[in-house]
Design a protein around this ligand. Structure first.
Ligand code: 6PG
Length: 268
């Protein structure tokens, strides 16, 4: 399966229902992956947006997710200690990983505390191993990503050399293009593309302009919008709340879940 750009946009009334749909989607994908290959290989996103999803999975989906067969990777990390409040690992651990029975040896942390950062990148690249050839089985089942207001994703910032990296799977990013202003570690586009699906989780009106630019950009403008350059061997799903989707033309939006959500018979 070569890398493709097959996109699907789903809009939800609010972040709560967006997170519920994402949890339901991930649990279903995890069950399919475990049935097919005995493992669900999931790349976590950092930043603030996924925290609600992680907490929901840890609580309401704890007993309905194949945690014992799940393997965790990180799409990027800040070059800080594992307990630093800015650490993506620290956020994911507090919101999810400390509360679910994923075997510890299957949680693979990017060691942001290592210096030079290139050493941590090389260590993680060895862990991931060489990317399978385009037609072979992708390295990851699901890559979860966020979107920065400048169009960055993971720690791939507009115009940065990391965006143009074609051979390495993990790179050190000396200069962040967005707060926190600390050096980063990031999977590259090549690594993200070795996936059965990519799931962007975006919410809030402050992202609406960027969502519209990314989802409507012509390929020639992609280099300024790294999120637009993301590919996968499978679908690229965009889960948006209404605020983040507010600048999209109606026609760009797939089955508008709010109508389906609103059609759902009232409980009780
Ligand atoms: C990071 C993330 C980054 C994030 C976006 C959106 O380390 O910051 O990997 O790519 O997903 O910046 O961040 P928010 O979800 O906080 O808006």
């Amino acid at each position: 399966m070569g890398a493709r750009l097959e996109r699907e946009i789903r809009v939800f009334p609010d972040p709560t229902r967006e997170a519920e749909a994402a949890a339901r989607h991930l649990a279903a994908r995890a069950r399919v992956a475990v049935r097919a290959r005995g493992r669900f290989s999931w790349v976590l996103a950092g930043g603030r947006t996924p925290e609600g999803l992680y907490r929901l999975l840890a609580r309401r989906w704890r007993s309905r997710f194949p945690w014992e067969a799940t393997e965790i990777f990180f799409g990027d990390e800040r070059c800080v200690g594992r307990r630093d409040p800015e650490s993506n690992y620290a956020m994911a651990r507090e919101a999810l990983l400390a509360h679910v029975p994923i075997p510890r040896h299957r949680i693979h942390r990017l060691r942001g505390e290592l210096r030079p950062a290139s050493r941590a990148a090389e260590e993680y690249a060895r862990l991931i191993g060489p990317l399978p050839p385009a037609k072979a089985s992708p390295r990851f089942d699901t890559v979860l990503l966020g979107l920065g207001p400048d169009g960055h994703t993971a720690s791939l910032f507009p115009g940065a050399p990391a965006v143009r990296e074609r051979t390495r799977t993990v790179v050190a990013v000396p200069r962040a293009g967005h707060p926190p202003w600390v050096p980063r570690l990031s999977l590259t586009l090549a690594a993200l593309a070795s996936s059965r699906e990519v799931l962007f989780l975006v919410e809030g009106s402050e992202k609406a302009d960027t969502v519209a630019r990314v989802l409507r950009a012509a390929p020639r403008h992609s280099s300024n919008l790294p999120a637009r350059m993301v590919r996968s061997a499978g679908p690229i799903l965009w889960f948006l709340d209404r605020a983040a989707a507010s600048r999209l033309p109606r026609a760009a939006i797939g089955p508008d879940l709010p109508s389906r959500e609103e059609r759902r018979p009232a409980r009780g």
